[in-house]
Write a protein that binds this ligand. Structure first.
Ligand code: IDP
Ligand code: MG
Length: 140
């Protein structure tokens, strides 16, 4: 029962979608185990998305991710990594399934409202990027 990292990106916060997104997470039976708001520095955004450094969209992505506050969440519950990815939908909202967050709310491939870790290893490092051990609710 691994935890995963979720982010409500600057577009989601700006458009006041925080409540709606958390509602979907909880309605899916997943659990918010950690939550905070912050604004990424350029250095933090570059480091968080370092895996995409060589991509043509990297610079714009860093610009976007630092454009306003974000909400970072530790999401737990059975199958949280896969299930949060499912709730988010495909990266490109045009390809995302109906009833996914990106299909419903995203305005472009870049401005796609949410982030989710893509596997157990990234979940671990991405959670540690934002949360100390004692900021995460223990599993029951
Ligand atoms: P993911 O967020 O679905 O895991 P990744 O491929 O890891 O997608 O890309 C990270 C983020 O970079 C995406 O969520 C999106 O904001 C942005 N991004 C990915 N591909 C493109 C693109 O082709 N154009 C512009 N932005 C992109
Ligand atoms: Mg990714």
């Amino acid at each position: 029962m691994a935890n995963t990292l979720g982010i409500i990106k600057p577009d989601g916060v700006r458009r006041r979608l925080v409540g709606k997104i958390i509602d979907k997470i909880e309605n899916a039976g997943l659990i918010i185990r950690g939550l905070k708001t912050l604004r990424l520095s350029r250095e933090q955004a570059e480091k968080f998305y370092a895996v995409h450094e060589s991509k043509p969209f990297y610079k714009s992505l860093v610009e976007f991710m630092t454009s306003g506050p974000i909400v970072v969440m530790v999401i737990g519950g059975h199958g949280s990594i896969e299930r949060w990815r499912e709730l988010m939908g495909a990266t490109d909202p045009a390809k995302a399934k109906y009833n996914t967050i990106r299909r419903e709310f995203a305005t472009s491939v870049e401005k796609n409202v949410v982030h989710g870790s893509d596997g157990p290893d990234t979940a671990k490092t991405e959670i540690a990027f934002f949360f100390k051990e004692d900021e995460i609710l223990p599993k029951e």
